[in-house]
Write a protein that binds this ligand. Structure first.
Ligand code: PMP
Length: 406
């Protein structure tokens, strides 16, 4: 321990005081670390799950902020406001969810600072230290972080191209008695998989039977490029009392807004509202007001349709390039939407060890191991296909192919 030479009663230690034990075992996100590394414009990065910035409706959002900060509304929109969120915004989001097949009233909704915050609030409201959270393996990294920060144990559940396997869910419900099942049923991060309608029904019934909370995290559901929409799990009759449905403007609007929402069963609302008060009192009044202004005059469906056209082309470019470039024995997922494809290389490869060579060749990906809660499959990697034009995507995959062949 280091001390400064002052009288004993004023001795100041420069040793860092201890951190909370909740942090032990929480891994930092390699995605965020990689984002810092790949600022080099010569590297074609498929690492970050970044929406294409050229598709953001900057003009429409600027005008919405001007309206939110003009006239008498400006004073109101710069003031503290209700924890649950802006009433107009809740109404507009409720309408949108209802039109997507999930009947929702404004009072069912809590506006959150990104859907990531909803995950944190739910861990506070639902998880005691040591509680078990069941997740599809592999799973969204920052959700895994949030569960481990809450002191929960994460139980990985196997899945396949149709999403989490209901038989494996039943087995984990029986043997581990989880408090929560966390799912990304549409175009999952990192695999791009979609949970089939039949499996959604079975999972909803199992969760009701075993008394497990289901968190249905759906930031990508509106970004569908092929196949038919599948009704949200929360819309299943068996799911009404125990399923939370999360959504976000990040992928259909812009992530910098940091606006998301949680559709909560009635019994859960007071607990999550208290958690929200303790976290930040409320989500930014002015950001919510601007979003409400924006949604009131913008045809968001038309905007999403334009984004879908561009992303479909990028997905197709990536899948075609992977078909050309991946070595024999490698496989990639074929997502019907969202932002990611998941690649599994022949069993000799460790993708974390391939990354330095890939960066040197001018391409970046996220090694798959960090998306696993249990036994990691280190032959996997995640590629995001939304950020680059089809040509640049093809060039990036060609660089990756050269590294893999070496
Ligand atoms: N859930 C999933 C599955 C995600 O992929 C993301 C963002 N990458 C989030 C939640 C968080 O999104 P946001 O906080 O921007 O709404």
């Amino acid at each position: 321990m280091e001390t400064v030479p002052v009288p004993e009663e004023f001795v100041v230690t420069t040793t860092t005081p201890p951190l909370s034990s909740r942090l032990s075992g929480v891994r930092s996100s390699p995605v965020r670390e990689l984002l810092a590394l790949v600022s080099n414009p010569d590297v074609i990065s498929f690492a970050g799950g970044l929406p294409a910035p050229e598709l953001f409706d900057a003009d429409g959002l600027r005008e919405a902020y001007v309206r939110a900060l003009s006239g008498t509304a400006a004073r109101r929109n710069l003031q503290y406001a209700a924890t649950e969120g802006d009433p107009r915004l809740r109404e507009l989001v409720a309408d949108r969810l209802t039109r997507r097949g999930l009947p929702t009233a404004p009072d069912d909704l809590l506006i959150t600072t990104g859907s990531q915050q909803a995950l944190t609030l739910l861990t506070t409201a639902l998880l005691d230290p040591g509680a078990v959270v069941a997740v599809e393996e592999p799973s969204y990294l920052a959700a895994l972080q949030s569960f481990s920060l809450a002191g929960a144990q994460v139980a990985g559940v196997a899945g396949d191209a149709d999403g989490i396997d209901p038989d494996a869910v039943e087995e984990v419900f029986r043997t581990r008695r989880p408090a929560v099942l966390y799912l990304v049923p549409n175009f999952a991060n990192p695999t791009g998989r979609t949970l089939s309608a039949a499996r959604r029904a079975r999972v909803a019934e199992l969760a009701a039977e075993f008394g497990v909370w289901v968190v249905e995290d759906d930031p990508y559901g509106e970004l569908r490029y092929s196949g038919q929409p599948v009704a949200p799990l929360a819309a299943h009759p068996a799911a009404a009392a125990n399923t939370v449905h999360l959504g976000s403007f990040s992928k259909i609007g812009a992530p910098g807004l940091r606006l998301g929402w949680a559709r909560l069963p009635r019994e859960l609302r007071p607990a999550v509202v208290v958690a929200k008060q303790a976290a930040d009192l409320q989500t930014s009044t002015v950001d919510q007001a601007a979003a409400a202004e924006y949604l009131a005059v913008t045809d968001l469906d038309a905007h999403v349709a334009r984004v879908v056209v561009a992303y479909r082309e990028r997905r197709d470019a990536m899948l075609a390039a992977l078909e050309r470039e991946l070595p024999a024995g490698a496989r990639s997922s074929r997502p019907d939407g969202g932002m990611f494809t998941w690649v599994e290389l022949p069993s000799v490869a460790d993708t974390a060890r391939l990354l330095p060579a890939a960066l040197a060749a001018g391409v970046a990906f996220v090694p798959g191991a960090s998306f696993f809660a249990g036994q990691a499959n280190s032959c996997t990697l995640r590629l995001s296909f939304t950020t680059h034009s089809p040509d640049r995507t093809a060039e990036g995959v060609a660089r990756l192919g050269r590294v893999l062949r070496q």
